[in-house]
Design a protein around this ligand. Structure first.
Ligand code: BGC
Length: 918
């Protein structure tokens, strides 16, 4: 009895000690390097490391960390940190901790783990994570660029260009036992890579597009498992992508082309005896352009002739005697850059909802959703049978495809059968934006089981979820979700369907911020800022489209200014300060350039697009002609410039450049003066012609003299409620601030009205009229098809930000970044009875789930470890508030701060909380 008692006591002590000391229930997850999970081949030598702290307890705050980095997993397991042992560092920093160990050279592999100390005990070591360094120096690349600088008789190099895919192969012998094998590949425009017949990686449409004369991205893969001692075969297929671009010999002054597809590949093999060898591209490789992919064109589609397949072409032993020798070609021109953003992937597979027989041999498939990607088909038939697929977003009243809004994009895939039983096919180098597919030539009667919709975009996590008690808002959110994912294509494009698909800067100025609540888009956008920087001219000019596949150097403020607003977004949402540091000189150059050239009499005098796409006076119009609906371009440019100067001051402050802060602030003040002199009509209490946008920008940018503010504000309210009967009247510029502007000034109810309308013009009107994404135009159902896409995201403005920050009430505080300090403050709006969101921040998941029922308000929230939040509760006295059924005084993790009007503010530390106000 005594002994068991002792044992029991011992076990209890050990358990207690280990709980208290060694793990305290604390786990470290989602270890990331440069915000990527276990990235291969990065080219940042001092990468930033981040981790998330998970704990079932409340009020967990990190007080120290220790990081170990080793050159092998074995060493790491023994805590032998031969690359870096940070030691115990007393800090609450758990994101973007800079590696400070041994200098890492090309190809170096680093294995790491972390442990932390918190106010609630220490964690165990995390699991192992990893990164590897790519090829840092130009001379690290062995071999030569190969390609085929010519076309063939089946190709066509005119406007609607056709160029077949090029297949390359090479066999080699691995003489000894392989320890490690790594491929580095630059495959332009796009590549597929095979080793011994197996596809390497699950990426599609890789690599991400760039201006190939400025930078080319290489991808790195660990292929140790795909190789064998003895004979091996490498196969690659090159598609055209944006390199050999969609239009040839057509508008060369505008459309940039780069030449024929080409590649450079290094396969590094390390044997167990320590010897190494590199297999690289050179003239010993063979090539054919006479394979099954007969043409591949992002606008026009892909044609695949299965009768031309070359079985086992990418395996050892294939006879390539009728292939030709690869040609040694010029290098692509741009600097080699490790691709540090995700490639695209098939992210979801959906089933069509219906198939209709339109006429003989012609069927219309409905995917039930406007999407971007392609169709996979399953078919049986005779050799030479041809299935043709045409894609469109909508149908005509006859049931046929409506294709006029696609302009001259042919969006047609053709599959020719080989006639060997069941055949399954999907394209390799194209994507389409579509809801409907016309299927002709199907050898049997097709059913929906024969088709899959393959949804394709950058491989990034969905990190946000959002729902309210309002069905319209929920539908719009879903439409936005599909629209945003449709338009991530290694860069954010304007639309996925017509002959455009360009990365227009102005479409994302504020949208990128809203999107960041839904998608983990930090890497995509930091890549895009590099594209923008590369597109900058030596004098400072930044184009409207970057990479500048279309040449549009218009020197306006609103589109290029996106360079600065997105840098701010990356910092605010993700804490990414490095990006600001890297781009500051180029941003400054542009700011100075615009000032020097266009600042005349205190105003910025250049604008190009106006408040793009306001609801026009007549429904067939694309743009309003009525001057009363348009906002003065100089007003837009000058106000936007003031806002950008404010961000530049913030950046300069952050980078410790007090001189710049001063200079920017002076210019901003001067512009404000000139602006008010020119545009403010004190009698009417309005700016310029009094559009909502004209009054809203000076309001949110704090440019209005204090004594005029109320009048201008009343004007905005009046315009919306009376003139526009509670509807939206803004375009791409005004909509970026509309919802927040109304909320900040105490009229969330008007924002809600606009957000939940179902009649024209509104986002709800789009949904009401069958939209499953967001339209390019408010009048997208009636307007001229010339510029009328069904899948643009620019009109979302600040709607998604408002959903998360104001409805769910999850916001990163201004005086911190990346949600280290969270403001939880949902708006209480009559008619909206519930709001719910979760958002996976760099620190972990934040949740807000509230419901109103009469006088009762119920709110469940989750705050991640190592963060704090200020929680705003709709109650005017502590008596009315409970958490977990108890009064809050003395509860772990909660501290009363103050009462503010009808709100109680409490500081809440990490954990899950259930508040009730009664
Ligand atoms: C694009 C827009 C873009 C605009 C600017 C359009 O054709 O689709 O999204 O911002 O042009 O001119």
């Amino acid at each position: 009895m005594k002994i068991t008692k002792h044992i029991f006591l011992l076990v209890a002590i050990v358990l207690f000690a280990s709980f208290n000391k060694q793990d305290a229930g604390i786990q470290l997850q989602n270890l990331r390097c440069e915000m990527l999970v276990n990235p291969e081949g990065i080219d940042v030598v001092k990468p930033r490391l981040s981790w998330e702290i998970i704990s079932p307890q409340r009020n967990v705050q990190q007080i120290a960390y220790q990081i170990l980095v080793a050159s092998s997993p074995e060493k790491l397991a023994n805590n032998e940190a031969d690359l870096w042992n940070s030691g115990k560092v007393n800090t609450d920093e758990s994101i973007h901790v800079k590696y400070a160990g041994m200098t890492l050279k090309s190809k170096k592999r680093a294995f790491w783990k972390v442990k932390i100390w918190t106010n609630k005990g220490e964690s165990a070591w995390s699991g192992n994570a990893f990164w590897s360094i790519g090829l840092l120096n130009y001379v690290d690349w062995k071999g030569r660029w190969i390609g085929l600088d010519r076309s063939f008789e089946w190709d066509n190099e005119t406007q609607f260009s056709r160029l077949s895919a090029r297949y390359f192969r090479k066999e080699f012998q691995a003489k000894k036992t392989i320890k490690q094998a790594t491929v580095y590949i630059v495959g332009l425009g796009m590549y597929e890579l095979y080793l011994n017949g197996q596809k390497v990686g699950d990426q599609v449409l890789a690599p991400v597009p760039t201006d190939y004369t400025k930078g080319v991205k290489y991808n790195t893969f660990d292929v140790t498992k795909l190789l064998q001692t003895g004979n091996n075969a490498i196969g690659t297929v090159l598609g055209n992508g944006r390199f050999y671009t969609m239009r040839q010999d057509y508008k060369p002054y505008k459309i940039k082309t780069f030449g024929y597809p080409k590649m450079l590949l290094n396969l590094d093999v390390e044997y167990t005896d320590g010897t190494k060898e590199t297999i690289s591209t050179d003239e010993s490789w063979k090539v054919t352009a006479d394979g099954p992919i007969r043409t591949n064109n992002e606008y026009d589609g892909e044609e695949y002739d299965a009768t031309k397949e070359m079985p086992n072409w990418n395996k050892v032993g294939f006879s390539d005697s009728n292939w030709i020798k690869a040609q040694l070609v010029q290098e692509a021109g741009g600097m080699f850059e490790a691709q540090m953003t995700e490639n695209m992937k098939v992210m979801e597979t959906i089933k069509p909802v219906s198939i209709k027989n339109l006429k003989v041999n012609t069927y219309i498939l409905d995917m039930g959703q406007n999407m971007a990607g392609w169709l996979r088909l399953k078919v049986k038939g005779k050799k030479g049978d041809k299935v043709t697929l045409r894609f469109a977003e909508t149908l005509q009243s006859t049931g046929e495809l409506f294709v006029r809004n696609l302009r001259d994009a042919k969006v047609t895939d053709v599959y020719t059968l080989k006639g060997e039983g069941q055949e399954i096919w999907e394209p390799s180098f194209v994507y389409h934006g579509f809801r409907y597919v016309e299927v002709t030539g199907f050898p049997t009667v097709p059913t929906i089981d024969d088709f899959d919709g393959r949804v394709v975009y950058d491989d990034m996590a969905t990190i946000g979820e959002f729902e309210t008690s309002d069905k319209t808002i929920n539908q719009i959110y879903k439409n936005a979700y599909w629209g945003i994912r449709s338009n991530y294509k290694g860069m954010p494009v304007d639309c996925p369907q017509r002959n455009e698909r360009q990365p227009w800067l102005g479409d994302r100025t504020t949208g990128a911020y809203g999107e960041s609540f839904i998608f983990d888009n930090v890497r995509l956008y930091s890549k895009w800022l590099n594209d923008i920087e590369q597109a900058q001219k030596p004098d400072g000019s930044i184009p409207d489209v970057a990479p500048a596949f279309w040449r549009y150097y218009g020197d306006n403020v609103t589109w290029p200014g996106t360079y600065i607003t997105i840098a701010d977004m990356l910092y605010h949402q993700f804490g990414d300060k490095e990006t600001i540091k890297k781009h500051y000189p180029s941003m400054k150059k542009w700011i100075d350039y615009m000032q020097e050239k266009y600042l005349v009499n205190g105003l910025i005098t250049k604008d190009k697009y106006g408040d793009w796409c306001v609801p026009p006076e007549s429904l067939e119009l694309i743009h309003a002609k009525d001057p009363a609906l348009q906002t003065d371009g100089i007003l837009l440019a000058s106000a936007t410039y003031v806002r950008l100067l404010e961000l530049m001051q913030k950046f300069a402050h952050l980078l410790n450049k007090p001189e710049d802060v001063k200079a920017y602030s002076k210019v901003a003040e001067d512009i404000k003066k000139a602006f008010n002199q020119k545009f403010l009509n004190t009698q009417k209490g309005q700016y310029s012609n009094g559009t909502v946008t004209a009054n809203l920008l000076p309001l949110v940018y704090e440019m209005i003299p204090a004594n005029e503010k109320t009048k201008v504000w009343n004007n905005i309210v009046n315009k919306i409620l009376v003139d526009n009967k509670g509807h939206i009247s803004t375009g791409v510029i005004g909509t970026q601030w509309l919802m927040r502007g109304l909320s900040q000034n105490g009229r969330a109810d008007i924002a809600y009205k606009i957000a939940s309308n179902r009649d024209y013009p509104s986002w709800g009107y789009m949904a009401e009229n069958g939209a499953t994404t967001i339209w390019e135009l408010w009048n997208g159902d009636k307007a001229n098809p010339e510029m009328n896409s069904g899948n643009h995201v620019m009109l979302l403005g600040d709607l998604i930000i408002w959903y998360y920050e104001n409805i769910a009430g999850i916001k990163s505080a201004k005086d911190a970044v990346a949600f280290k300090k969270i403001i939880m403050k949902p708006e209480m709006i009559d008619g909206l009875n519930a709001g719910k969101a979760s958002y996976h921040s760099m620190y972990g998941t934040i949740k807000s789930d509230w419901k109103k029922d009469g006088n009762k308000f119920q709110w469940n929230i989750s705050i991640p470890a190592n963060t704090k939040s200020l929680v705003y509760l709709p109650a005017n006295s502590l008596d009315k508030l409970t958490e977990g059924g108890k009064k809050i005084v003395g509860l772990e993790g909660i501290k009363f701060v103050k009462t503010e009007g009808n709100q109680l503010i409490v500081e809440v530390s990490s954990g899950n909380y259930s508040f009730i106000v009664n």
